[in-house]
Design a protein around this ligand. Structure first.
Ligand code: SF4
Length: 367
């Protein structure tokens, strides 16, 4: 409880320092004594940069009438990653999703890729069989997207990427037209897109729309093996097709990345790195969280250290994940927590220490 209070106070200071605004009135600040993050329904995932915390705290302050909507929007702009308050379909994802991008939008509901580890049905409290039937375009999505984009334009926010999508695959087997329309519209308002797909070559028809230096194209790859793919992601595009699509985007000058999430075995993930290293700027590595751990038998400390070593051997270095279009590798929070869980004896006997952690996991300098 104490550390969360500390975190809350740090978040307040972070907002005030960044924006130059006094977030809370003195009397409100006094009443913050003993207030916890939970009181604001803020979910903390241990991110070091505090941006998510600060943004959510600002939202709570606005809802409590402590700051105006104008102040909230100023804060949102200052942090550069947030959704504006009254947007309908552009939002700032938090927690695990927030590690994929500062802004996101979801054109579809449902996805017939049918991945075994899919987290969305649970999140939406839907039967997996129903969710995996078909990707359904969201009603009036383009109209709502344009209304939101106008708000970003009014606030002078340009050059940021919008991640597509957390609730389906932008290049799912059923419909990709809405993805195409969304990309065109987002560009018209001076923002970029960050795509993550397992749809392989379906994305190529839109390659001509992507803008170098603004957009990113990513593919999820849990293995180089077709056998592993069929076991976990039965209706997705073949691995080779996904690799060739990454190659095409890279050749066109688009920032490319691979989501190595979820890690199903050290061997599978290492092979996926080797098979894609010639065509990838950034790797994001994450743990399986939505399938019973009984299905996997992974020594996570070994997995993380082995994968980090093989990424470094391929010439990639840790980044902290706070910037868009980075090059290197990013170890997600859930994996970092596995490393921090190990006892000191094991940590030292593995030859790794705090200095290594800061450099090779957090992407911080050696000084
Ligand atoms: S591609 Fe994504 S949304 Fe679709 S089934 Fe797989 S994990 Fe779920």
């Amino acid at each position: 409880m104490k550390s969360k209070n500390l975190r809350l106070n740090t978040a307040i200071r972070a907002i005030e320092t960044t924006t130059g605004l006094q977030l809370l009135k003195p009397e409100a600040q006094a009443s913050m004594v003993g207030v916890t993050i939970e009181d604001f329904e803020i979910r903390i995932y241990g991110r070091s940069d505090l941006k998510d915390d600060a943004l959510l705290l600002a939202k709570a302050a606005w809802l409590d009438g402590e700051i105006s909507l104008k102040d909230y929007n100023e804060i949102a702009k200052a942090f550069g990653l947030s959704s504006l308050m009254n947007c309908k379909v552009i939002y700032a994802p938090t927690g695990r999703a927030g590690e994929y991008g500062g802004l996101a939008t979801n054109p579809y509901d449902g996805c017939s890729h049918g991945c075994e580890y899919c987290y969305v049905p649970k999140m939406k409290r839907m039967k997996p069989s129903l969710f995996h039937e078909k990707a359904k375009p969201r009603e009036n999505f383009i109209q709502m997207l344009e209304a939101d984009l106008k708000k970003y334009q009014e606030h002078g926010i340009t050059g940021k990427q919008i991640f597509i999508t957390f609730s389906s695959d932008p290049y799912n087997p059923d419909d990709n037209e809405l993805t195409r329309q969304a990309i065109i519209l987002i560009h018209q308002y001076g923002l970029g897109v960050n795509i993550l797909s397992k749809g392989g070559k379906r994305a190529l028809k839109d390659l001509c729309l992507f803008i170098p230096g603004l957009d990113s194209y990513g593919a999820t790859l849990i293995s180089e093996s077709e056998e592993t793919r069929l076991l976990w992601e039965k209706n997705t595009a073949p691995v080779q097709e996904r690799i060739e699509t990454l190659e095409a985007f890279q050749e066109a000058g688009i920032h490319t990345w691979v989501s190595l999430e979820p890690v199903v075995s050290i061997k599978d993930t290492s092979e996926a790195i080797q098979a894609t290293r010639h065509a990838v700027g950034l790797y994001k590595v994450g743990k399986m969280n939505h399938v019973s751990s009984g299905k996997l038998d992974i020594d996570w400390v070994r997995a993380i250290t082995d994968l980090v070593l093989s990424l470094q051997a391929c010439g990639y270095w840790a980044v902290d994940g706070t910037q868009e279009r980075q090059a290197g590798y990013y170890i997600k929070e859930d994996l970092r927590k596995e490393l921090l869980k190990v006892n000191e004896h094991r940590w030292d006997s593995s030859g790794f220490n705090e200095r290594w952690y800061r450099h090779s996991i957090e992407g911080k300098g050696l000084k």
